[in-house]
Design a protein around this ligand. Structure first.
Ligand code: GAL
Length: 680
């Protein structure tokens, strides 16, 4: 992809005439010709330039095994191309057709309880089943052979949200192969899983099973390895399709898959980030208002980080109502543009939606779309066209990047391990801690990256927060020690570094030794607190859920101690000057205000400052031109009050020049200030 801005989407953006992407999933198979004609008009009206096509069209493209019918897809791609809309062409493998199930019942997934699922929904397949994998490669190849050079096709979209986990015999066989590769011998597996306990020793590979329903706690080593295995398997399945497509398309057409963020953790998203040409995510906030904005930042910052800081793409968001775990959540007027800009601010090269036209039948008829049931004469479609017009003006942002100076450490292994059974507290929740660390930084106006503890270049950050690195290898603990020694500021939170990568407890005190050195602290005992109880610290902080008995080794300062309970008088929060840096340890779960106060203190100490001073609920995020001679400051007011920001620049949204006195953003308002050259 030469001659561009360095964005992994250069080839796509060139096809879009240098504009950022705007559009969504387009499922014309649900409609007839009259509607397609209207779609052509409305897409132009809404400034749509990229449509994701074919995600769920397997049954139409391959109505019987091995017989392809591309007629309709040909016509849709030609029509879209004629209308100036490029295509993100999907392989339809997330929903095998009914004929596939009947021909290959062994390729249907089996739950942990032993129930084999069948067709009638979607995502019903086993990634370990040879028949499914072969069928996927066949249809990906057929599509790529036919459309690899089609002028409408700008990028490729493999599958949809890899998520299904299976426990069948194919999965068991593949798991054993994976275990051999990881551990080498059966003895090593027995050792890693600690099978001496509870008489679990395996005498042959065939005795090893997926984590199916068991009477009591599962072996945590097995459970963790299965999650690692499944993520690797999904990545293999992705790579197989990606490579089949690459063999028939051009290198300027990137291949990716849509990762589901922010809460989805079946995959090691760092590993996927390394294998996709561009990170693509789907994002549906699970809460309204300011929380939706914070959630958007959480998903977007993770997307950017998984792609190594490069620009990425929002592949799906909702135009209005979305289903959350327990309710249907509407978007308020104005949210659509604000959240679109919030994604772009954090590095997305555009914004796509699920889906273009709201279905009139099928499983998701109540899920919103760019064209709602009410049709184009509707608030939602008006907001869509307004957002499309705005995004159409943002082409100059292409390839620009966000450069955070703070990061939250994040590792899929920790998430998986803390998702296990038999832990010392039911309230240990990796995802909640990860979000809270990010939210505290977001509330302080700081744009944060996520970083993996194995990142060889952690020194680019002035501040690192480790909210729940439960599992930590010696090498990663050493990297964190060296980070502090080299001048970084590190906050380590309770129950971190307590097991190694095999899920074996650290002996001789927690956390892993190099971290103990950096922190000047040795954790001698963990003492979970009863549910609903709180404990006060000497600095006035309140804490819940957890406490630990600490010993200060190399003199660390006890910044706060426990004032009550069994640990009264013992250190709770410590600070240790080590080498040229500082390492903090929080041995208990501070309540939100106390945690926010601690993060503020760390920001001050590490010198990490917001882009410009803004009140909570207002985002100030900067994208930098790769050449560094220009930057764009996004200001997004998610609050109900006007906000004055004393910053000059040229506003891309109003095309006005903003004087040094700055501008006032109305409630819900936004600005994107081109600042040239960037302020130092
Ligand atoms: C996404 C999925 C879409 C659609 C959407 C509705 O996760 O990829 O196909 O189901 O959710 O929220």
């Amino acid at each position: 992809m030469s001659g561009g801005t360095g964005s992994p989407l250069d080839g796509v953006l060139r096809r879009l005439g240098g504009r950022l992407a705007f559009g969504g999933d387009y499922n014309p198979e649900q409609w007839d010709e009259a509607v397609w004609k209207e779609d052509d008009l409305l897409m132009r009206w809404a400034h749509v330039n990229l449509a994701t096509v074919g995600v769920f069209s397997w049954a139409l493209i391959e109505p019987e095994e091995g017989r392809y019918d591309f007629g309709r897809l040909d016509a849709h791609l030609d029509r879209l191309h004629a209308g100036g809309v490029s295509v993100d062409l999907a392989t339809p493998t997330a929903s095998p057709p009914p004929w596939f199930t009947l021909a290959h019942p062994d390729a249907m997934p089996v739950t942990a309880e032993g129930v084999r699922l069948t067709h009638g929904s979607r995502d019903t397949y086993c990634l370990a089943a040879p028949a499914y994998r072969q069928a996927c490669v066949r249809i990906a190849t057929a599509l790529a052979e036919r459309y690899g050079d089609h002028p409408a096709v700008a990028m490729w979209h493999v599958h949809n949200e890899y998520a299904t986990v299976c426990h069948c015999d194919h999965a068991a066989a593949a798991f054993r192969v994976w275990l051999r590769a990881r551990h080498g011998t059966l003895d090593a597996v027995n050792d890693a899983w600690g099978t001496a306990f509870w008489s679990q020793r395996y005498g042959s590979w065939e005795q090893i099973l997926p984590p199916r329903a068991t009477q009591w706690h599962r072996n945590p080593g097995l459970a963790l390895d299965y999650r690692r295995f499944w993520s690797d398997l999904a990545l293999d399945a992705y790579r197989e399709q990606r490579d089949a497509i690459r063999a028939h398309t051009t290198p300027d057409r990137p291949v990716t898959t849509n990762l589901m963020l922010p809460g989805y953790q079946v995959l090691d998203l760092w590993a996927f980030g390394r294998e996709v040409d561009v990170v693509g995510i789907d994002h549906y906030p699970a809460a309204p208002g300011i929380d939706a904005a914070a959630d958007t930042a959480f998903g977007a910052d993770r997307a950017r980080s998984f792609g190594g800081g490069k620009p990425w793409l929002l592949i799906e968001q909702g135009a209005n109502t979305v289903y959350t775990a327990d309710r249907t959540l509407p978007k308020e007027p104005g949210d659509l543009l604000r959240l679109t800009l919030a994604h772009i601010a954090r590095g997305s090269e555009g914004a796509l939606f699920f889906q273009w036209r709201q279905s009139r039948a099928g499983a998701e008829i109540w899920h919103s779309a760019m064209v709602p049931h009410a049709g184009p004469d509707s608030r939602v479609f008006r907001e869509v066209t307004d957002a499309g017009a705005v995004v159409a003006r943002l082409g100059e942002l292409t390839g620009s990047v966000v450069r955070p100076r703070a990061a939250v450490l994040h590792d899929a292994d920790c998430w998986w391990a803390l998702d296990g059974q038999g832990l010392p507290s039911a309230s240990l929740d990796y995802h909640r801690e990860l979000r809270r660390a990010h939210r505290a930084l977001w509330d302080s106006g700081i744009t944060a990256d996520f970083a993996h503890p194995a990142d060889p270049d952690l020194g680019r950050y002035e501040l690192l927060v480790a909210p729940a690195l439960f599992l930590l290898s010696d090498a990663d603990a050493e990297r964190l020690r060296a980070y502090v020694h080299g001048g970084g500021t590190l906050l380590v939170q309770h129950f971190t570094g307590v097991v190694d990568e095999r899920h074996h407890a650290r002996i001789g005190g927690y956390p892993a030794e190099p971290l103990r050195v950096a922190l000047g602290v040795r954790v001698e005992e963990y003492r979970p607190l009863p549910a609903e109880s709180t404990v006060s610290l000497s600095d006035g902080s309140q804490a819940t859920e957890w406490s630990e008995l600490l010993r200060l080794t190399d003199p660390a300062d006890a910044v706060a101690s426990y004032t009550e309970g069994a640990l009264a008088g013992e250190p709770a929060l410590t600070r240790h000057a080590y080498g040229s840096g500082t390492a903090w340890y929080a041995s208990t779960r501070l309540d939100d205000p106390s945690y926010a106060a601690l993060v503020t203190r760390l920001l001050t100490e590490s010198g990490v400052r917001p882009e410009t001073a803004v009140p909570p609920g207002v985002e100030a995020v900067r994208r930098h031109a790769p050449s560094d001679d220009r930057s764009w400051l996004f200001l997004i007011n998610h609050t109900q009050a006007p906000v004055t920001v004393p910053t000059a620049g040229h506003d891309l949204l109003t095309t006005r020049t903003i004087p040094p006195a700055g501008l006032t953003l109305p409630p819900g308002g936004a600005a994107i200030l081109r600042q040239d050259p960037p302020p130092s």
